[in-house]
Design a binder for this molecule. Structure first.
Ligand SMILES: [Zn+2]
Length: 310
């Protein structure tokens, strides 16, 4: 399937994730002493002890709440006149010329919101780095500073008819976010647009050397542990970008109070994933599993969606 947003193919690189084989290397070593069962058990426990602290899988109760919150997001997709169109529905639409009123409205919205999206991404990145305990690492702090410089240097959104329902950054042109006209028209709210702009800005922050790979990997590992889904490598990066997108949109909502319900506005930041045809690929979770991973990482969002649904 086509992906709703991604790094340009020329820049696709996978951060080196922890592998099954390397995690269990001590166990394989011990296998040479099979007759000493106790030694195998000791080595196995050493192997487990060497792993970094991991999150626990979600409880049945938390999973049920999460599914309720998805219900709110995707019900709002049908009720809200400014809801974001689902990716599969966008894919089925004919290409939209640059000068069509919907594409122009979307392009103006994206360009107008780019400066605030940049600010919100920087704040969200700092917040996430602290939440994942990277604030005391000097090397990470240096990488983060450069990442923030890259975000601040983005200048414009380039509408592109051929990109259809995709948004992309080509890291050879790091000052530009390329945005398909169908996608520009399908994100009918500021909240939806900020979420996707922030997603692309996070790719730019990570840059062509995956310089935030430690943070991105930690987010992916946590999402995997919580959901039981495989969220490593490029999938981890995509989920981290979506998480920054949801955080940026939430911060925008808090800073611009209005008459609409918080739940309705929050839903706009993720509801392009409310698809009927729920397919993923090697680099992306399926859209509905993307919502699951995001909400698992962000239980505050689950509470706000459920408590403020009316
Ligand atoms: Zn992406």
């Amino acid at each position: 399937m086509k992906n709703f947003s991604h790094k340009g193919a020329e820049a696709h690189r996978k951060p080196p994730g922890r592998t099954f084989a390397s995690s269990f290397a001590p166990l394989r070593l011990c296998g040479r002493n099979l007759f000493l069962t106790f030694l195998i058990l000791i080595c196995f426990s050493v192997s487990l002890a060497q792993k970094p602290a991991r999150a626990h899988a979600m409880s049945a109760e938390a999973k049920a709440l999460l599914e309720d919150a998805i219900g709110v997001v995707c019900t709002q997709a049908k009720l809200d006149p400014k809801s974001s169109i689902a990716i599969d529905e966008m894919q089925a639409r004919p290409s939209l010329p640059l000068h069509s009123p919907e594409a122009r409205t979307g392009a103006e919205r994206a360009q107008r919101l780019l400066p605030i999206a940049k600010e919100l991404v920087v704040a969200s990145l700092r917040q996430l780095s602290t939440e994942y305990n990277f604030q005391s690492s000097r090397s990470f702090t240096l990488r983060l500073r450069r990442a923030i410089d890259r975000v601040n240097s983005v200048q414009r959104v380039r509408p592109d008819m051929d990109s259809r329902d995709n948004a992309s950054v080509y890291l050879s042109r790091p000052h530009v976010i390329t945005f398909g006209t169908i996608f520009l028209a399908g994100l009918r709210s500021d909240e939806g647009m900020i979420s996707v702009l922030a997603h692309e800005l996070m790719h730019i922050a990570d840059g062509d050397n995956d310089s935030l790979r430690a943070l991105v990997g930690a987010v992916g590992n946590k999402a995997s542990d919580l959901t039981g889904l495989d969220i490593h490598g490029q999938r981890g990066e995509e989920v981290a970008c979506d998480l920054i997108g949801a955080m940026a949109a939430r911060a925008y909502i808090v800073s611009t109070p209005g008459y609409e319900s918080i739940a309705r506005r929050l839903a706009r930041s993720i509801q392009h994933n409310c698809v009927e045809l729920d397919e993923g690929d090697e680099d992306h979770l399926s859209p509905r599993n993307t919502i699951r991973a995001l909400l698992a990482l962000n239980p505050g969002l689950v509470r706000e969606l459920i408590n403020d649904r009316f």
